[in-house]
Every structure is written in structure tokens, then in C-alpha cells.
Design a protein around this ligand. Structure first.
Ligand SMILES: NC(=O)c1ccc[n+]([C@@H]2O[C@H](COP(=O)([O-])OP(=O)(O)OC[C@H]3O[C@@H](n4cnc5c(N)ncnc54)[C@H](O)[C@@H]3O)[C@@H](O)[C@H]2O)c1
Ligand SMILES: [Zn+2]
Length: 362
């Protein structure tokens, strides 16, 4: 059965459809949106050979003209250079304002293709077709698009909502274990910040989820999308509530940037970031020690790192954190947990308090 979750944003509202065989059915779903008759599918070198023609054929069968463009897989493709290459390619293909983009891949492709769609000719519509667990539960929803700079993650970007999100659970079959784990880190995040019952569900069903048991995976993806959709509907541009989705991301982004986007996966980096934030939460937000342990245990049991890699010094990490948008007057803005399922936003964490928590997590 296909499930659907609505992201409510007035005239810019859209559906997230979750289910099986959805790429095969994407043609009529997308054609029905009336986005134009030329579809540019942007994918990567791993995903395109697996699912590129499944989607392209479906679009062609609905009478749309389709071109598929592929970029090299990996975080380092989320760059201005790659965006520029895509613009040039699109010009060469004769893309006009009546064309649309489909992002077929993980979060890297969703963020990059979404950014290209937001900026090419001042914006063409786009559809997200996420193929990683991380992208299905998180990055394809909410309209944050962008690229990295050498100085930091996502430093150039836009808020630009997709017209539709198609989460085909079949594509998760081919996802490597390490990527599955990384996506699960964002799943755990959704429970930790917003839904204690869902967190418990994850504790009890972790094995079934990792065994890719269909109904449990579908339920998990749906619940994450519901949580994210509700947060985004309330605060699209992150003037308040939406920042809770950054739980674990301040330190996580610093670790990603320090590894020059080639060491830790995003989900792995935020798993460590959540561990650090959890430690600070115990000290400054009253998170019961026993709940902190449960969070770290669920991460560790899922095969995710909870300790800082030795090669990154505490100073170095702090320097990177300062590049982050969340630093003001030497005080660091962090999302902390009051208890599982409930956050507080602290904007007065000092550098030395953060350094201390980092050292505890070594
Ligand atoms: N926009 C947002 O709100 C948001 C939220 C969270 C994360 N992100 C971003 O998402 C990115 C991480 O996304 P990701 O983890 O999906 O990474 P990714 O896009 O790099 O995909 C991970 C790897 O899996 C491969 N892959 C993708 N789908 C596959 C499939 N079905 N079968 C086999 N291999 C497959 C990819 O080629 C890649 O090698 C980061 O850049 C992060 O900043 C954005
Ligand atoms: Zn994330």
C-alpha cells in the first residue's frame, strides 16, 4: 500500500508518497503535476545505473521528454563546481523555463539538484525521488537545498520546496549497510527530538528495521516524514522550531568539514554529534543520565560511532564550529534534550563547556 504524508505550506504544499513500485508509476504522478514537458533527471554514478532507466522509462511512457544527467557519487559533488557543470549541461540540452528537474539519489543529489533547480533561470520546479534511507526520512523533505564550501557544510543554498517527494522503498534494497546505518542516525534523531514513543518503537524494532522488514520500514519512514513535515509546516525558514532538526549537527558538521567530506558519512558524523549534545544535555538541560545512556546505546547497537575520532583535536573541532552559522559572540547555540522526545534550545553554551563534552566523548 502506498502511504502519503502532506507537507502543509499553503500554495506550496506537496505530498510525500511512500511505498513500493513507485518509480515505475512516477510518470503519471509527475505528469499530473503539469510541471512542463521536459524532465531532467539528475542522479549519481551509483544510482543512475540501478534506477535511472526505471524512472526515465516511466516518464517517457507518460509522454515527457527525458534526459538523465549523472554526477560522481559522493559528498564532494555537492559543490558549486558541480552545480556549474549541471547548468552548462542543461543549457546544452535546451532546458527552458517549462522544464523540471527530478533528483534521483541520496541527500547529496537531492541537495545539489534542488539547488540547481532553485537557481537555474531563477527557478524551475523539481521533484525529489530519494533512494537512501537518509534522504527518504529527512533530506528530501522540507526544501533545504544547497552545496558545501571548503570552509563548511551547506554554506550556499536556498529554501526551495519540491512539488512532490516519491520515496520508493524498493530502492532501499540495494543500499549498502554502512549507508543504511547512517540513515538510521537521522531516524533516531527524529525520535529523540520529538517523539519518545517512536524512540521506544525504534529500540524494540531495530532488528526488524535492519532486516528491512517491509511494514516496519514503511512505518519508520512514514513517522519520520510526519515529524519533519509538521516541523517544517510550522517553521519553514528556521526562525525557531525548525532548528531542533539540527540536533547533533553542530559538532557533526564540523567533523564532516574536517574530514573534507571524505571521512565520516553525514549520518556517522551526526551520530557522534548527538552523543556530544547528549552529554551536554545531561549537564545543562536536565536530561536524565539513564535516557542519555539509552540514546547512546541505540546509536552504538545500530553500528554507529558515538566517540570522536582521535585524529581530530578538540581545538580544531571548536574552530570549525565557529564557522557554523550557530555561533554568536563566543556563545554556541545548541539543541539539547530535556528528555527523550523533548528539546530545549540553548544559546549560552560556552566554548569550554563544549570542549569538555567533546573530551568526555573520546
Ligand atoms: N536538505 C536537508 O534537509 C538535509 C537533511 C539531512 C542531510 N542532508 C544532506 O544529505 C547528504 C547525505 O545524504 P545521503 O546519506 O543520502 O548521501 P549520498 O547521497 O551520498 O548517498 C550515499 C551513497 O549511497 C549511494 N546510493 C544512493 N542510493 C542508493 C541505492 N538505492 N542503492 C545503492 N546505493 C545508493 C550513493 O551513490 C552514495 O554513494 C549530506 O550532504 C547532508 O548534508 C540534507
Ligand atoms: Zn542531517
Amino acid at each position: 500500500v502506498t502511504q502519503s504524508v502532506k507537507v502543509k505550506l499553503g500554495a506550496r504544499s506537496y505530498d510525500i508518497v511512500i511505498g513500493k513500485h513507485l518509480l515505475e508509476d512516477a510518470g503519471h504522478r509527475i505528469a499530473a503535476l503539469g510541471l512542463g514537458n521536459h524532465g531532467i533527471v539528475i542522479s549519481d554514478s551509483n544510482v543512475q545505473p540501478l534506477y535511472g532507466s526505471r524512472l526515465a522509462d516511466a516518464l517517457s511512457a507518460s509522454g515527457l521528454v527525458v534526459n538523465v544527467i549523472s554526477v560522481r557519487a559522493g559528498e564532494s559533488s555537492k559543490s558549486l563546481r558541480e552545480a556549474e557543470r549541471l547548468y552548462e549541461h542543461m543549457i546544452a540540452l535546451g532546458v527552458e523555463r517549462d522544464s523540471f528537474v527530478v533528483a534521483l539519489g541520496g541527500g547529496v543529489i537531492g541537495d545539489l539538484a534542488g539547488f540547481v533547480a532553485a537557481t537555474f533561470m531563477r527557478g524551475v520546479p523539481y521533484v525529489q525521488a530519494p533512494t537512501t534511507l537518509l534522504a527518504q526520512v529527512d533530506s528530501s523533505v522540507g526544501g533545504k537545498v544547497g552545496v558545501n564550501l571548503p570552509q563548511g557544510k551547506n554554506l550556499v543554498g536556498a529554501f526551495y520546496q519540491p512539488r512532490l517527494v516519491i520515496a520508493d522503498l524498493d530502492t532501499l534494497e540495494s543500499l549498502p549497510l554502512r549507508e543504511w546505518r547512517a540513515g538510521f542516525a537521522e531516524v533516531i534523531k527524529h525520535g529523540a527530538i520529538r517523539d519518545a514513543k517512536f524512540f521506544e518503537f525504534l529500540e524494540s524494532n531495530r532488528k526488524a528495521i535492519f532486516a528491512k522488514q517491509e511494514n516496519v520500514v514503511a512505518q519508520t519512514v512514514r513517522r519520520c516524514c510526519e515529524i519533519k513535515a509538521a516541523v517544517v509546516s510550522e517553521d519553514e525558514r528556521e526562525s525557531g522550531l525548525r532548528s531542533i532538526l539540527n540536533f547533533g549537527h553542530t559538532v557533526g558538521h564540523a567533523l564532516e568539514a574536517l574530514g573534507e567530506y571524505e571521512g565520516l558519512l553525514h549520518g556517522e558524523a551526526i551520530s557522534i554529534g548527538m552523543s556530544v549534545a547528549t552529554e551536554i544535555s545531561v549537564r545543562h538541560a536536565g536530561l536524565p543520565r539513564e535516557q542519555a545512556k539509552r540514546l547512546r546505546k541505540l546509536l552504538a547497537d545500530s553500528g554507529l560511532p558515538t566517540q570522536l575520532p582521535e585524529k581530530f583535536g578538540t581545538r580544531e573541532i571548536l574552530e570549525k564550529v565557529k564557522f557554523d552559522k550557530k555561533v554568536r559572540d563566543g556563545r554556541i547555540r545548541l539543541i539539547l534534550l530535556k528528555q527523550l522526545g523533548e528539546t530545549v534550545i540553548a544559546d549560552d553554551v560556552t566554548e569550554s563547556q563544549l570542549a569538555e563534552a567533546i573530551d568526555v566523548c573520546r
